[in-house]
Design a protein around this ligand. Sequence first.
Ligand SMILES: [Mg+2]
Length: 268
Amino acid sequence: MTNPHLQLDALVCDLDGVLYRGEAPVPGAASAISELRERGVKIVFATNNATKTLEQYVRRLGTFGVDAEPEDLVTSAVVAAEEIQGRGWSDRSVFLIGGNGIRDALGSIGMSFVDGIQARSAEVVVVSGTPELTYDAIRTAAFAVRAGADFIATNDDSTFPAPDGLWPGAGAILAAVETASGRRAEVMGKPHCPMMEAIRRRLDGRERIAVVGDQPATDLAGARAMGWTTVLVLSGVTDEAAARAEHPAPDVTVPSLAQLRDLIADSG
Ligand SMILES: [Mg+2]
């Protein structure tokens, strides 16, 4: 374990595998967040999971003893909506493959959802994770993308952890639409630029920044590209052997957020 004494102004914190694992809290994680805040470290929570709304996440974090306001949270659904709004596409029609979180985010910027045959000429196609995928949805999305729709994905995680193992993630669904349409989507989530820039906007100019996560390919790769400190926790999908094999090595590896607290000096 590397253990430099970290000086931090802000910590970008992944959710699943860092604060909780499924329905089980990571021991000591909630109190570590409280203590870091008391020492002046700003916390931004960032997840690629686009299935839940910000309000659902605020409640979910609350059940694990973590206080959060909607503005402390970034999901790939929120990033997709901010990006679409920033491009002036809010008044366009959208065909969506995805769940509540992304539906809520696109609805909040005023996009109009289209379905069925009409959706084959949607102006924007958004693909996200959902357990309710149908062949019809893949076909409709492929038609629209081939017809020239702008093509956005919330995230491209191939899998996500479930109690019985790894389940197909948004990336698996996205691969089906990309294969069928012959085009690649612009991906919003970690480690891609739109999410990293959305996080930066929420850091209010703070300079000494670390990202803590359990997935090197998403959490840490995005951080590295921004020049931020990378912290790998072993409380999620990466075990100690996999962590040792990681290249480039994370700046810091700790068993969990509870131990990270001890490495962070008062920000002063
Ligand atoms: Mg995670």
